[in-house]
Design a protein around this ligand. Structure first.
Ligand SMILES: [Zn+2]
Length: 338
């Protein structure tokens, strides 16, 4: 920084893990069944199991530092001769159509405990035939850009399908159309499209300098001990995103925030959210009043302590795992000009 330059408000320095993608969605092809069916023999397919897990090569994730891990895709003709009814069209990448289908790891699968997210709770995942079936929510950050994008879309659609079997107007049975991207009631003809619920997540810092000296971190009672993050909440009917930020922070810790500004977003298909990330300022040292039952503890934490926790780990301050947008927000703030 030169003497003449002023500190800038911090921005996200990298894309959130699940906002990465390389495939072109090619949305017009969803209504072009002839074209999609004709290209099935050269298409690639990713498999997703009943728990929403998908396979990656075992040698890319076990016994190594996993990074840029691809999904295993299989030739479409290994799955079926023609497009299966339940197959979902994900888009095109490197001259191939990509689809998702439901599949299971197989009867000889064994279980493996994987802790790649720093959450402190290893997740049991199945291993079979040289493939580890990873969970997007926990392992998304170690996937490569293509894998992250394809699996995020596949899960978002799968989770919508599970909740869109009956018509919201008449209760009739719905059938999927447009290769997973629409559904239609067989009784009344009502059409529905995949829904996404917005949620806000906000990094609140104090008002010392441009980016503050302390960040507001809190923990929910259901989280593993010493786990802290920034605050988040669902947008209510008739509410703006900024209004939601102000309300959630006030409700959860009793703090008034101002200067709410957008940082970035990421899809969070668990089951169907998009997390919209913001930064906001509050008075330095503002008293914190955690909402009973919702927030177990809230603290103003210094930048030095956050930097140290990110660099070395801190058993008393476990920060969000790499798949969450909270991780990217906290890192960006920690690296910011003071
Ligand atoms: Zn209906």
């Amino acid at each position: 920084m030169t003497a003449a330059s002023r500190p800038e408000p911090f921005r996200l320095s990298s894309a959130p893990a699940l906002s990465r993608s390389t495939a072109d969605r090619q949305e017009t092809l969803r209504t072009d069944p002839e074209r999609l069916r004709a290209a099935w023999p050269s298409a690639r397919v990713i498999r997703v199991d009943g728990h929403g897990r998908a396979p990656v090569p075992e040698h890319r994730i076990v016994g190594v530092e996993p990074k840029d891990v691809p999904l295993v895709s299989v030739p479409a003709l290994d799955v079926a001769e023609t497009v299966p009814d339940e197959a979902v069209f994900l888009g095109r990448w490197r001259d191939a159509d990509y689809w998702a289908v439901s599949a299971e790891p197989g009867p000889d699968a064994h279980s493996l405990a994987l802790d790649l997210d720093g959450w402190g709770v290893p997740v049991e995942v199945p291993v079979a035939a040289g493939e580890v079936w990873v969970e997007l929510r926990v392992h998304g950050a170690v996937l490569d850009d293509t894998a992250a994008g394809l699996l995020t879309t596949a899960l978002a659609l799968r989770n919508w399908h599970r909740r869109a079997r009956h018509c919201a107007r008449c209760g009739g049975t719905c059938r999927l159309r447009q290769f997973g991207w629409a559904s239609r009631c067989e009784q009344c003809g009502r059409e529905e499209y995949p829904r996404t619920d917005p949620a806000v997540i906000c990094l609140v810092h104090d008002d010392v300098g441009v980016n503050g000296e302390h960040v507001l971190l809190a923990r929910q009672p259901v989280w593993p001990p010493t786990r802290y993050s920034v605050l988040a909440g669902f947008v209510e009917a008739g509410e703006s995103l900024e209004g939601c930020v102000e309300r959630e922070i006030r409700e959860e810790v009793g703090v008034a925030v101002r200067d709410v500004r957008y940082l970035g977003s990421q899809p969070w298909p668990f089951p169907r959210s998009v997390m919209v990330g913001f930064a906001a300022r509050a008075d330095a040292g503002a008293a914190l009043a955690p909402a009973e039952g919702e927030i177990e503890d809230a603290q103003w934490v210094s930048r030095d302590r956050v930097r140290k926790a990110l660099a070395e780990g801190d058993p008393d301050l476990r920060l969000p795992g790499g798949t969450s947008i909270a991780n990217v927000m906290i890192r960006a703030w920690a690296e910011a000009d003071e």
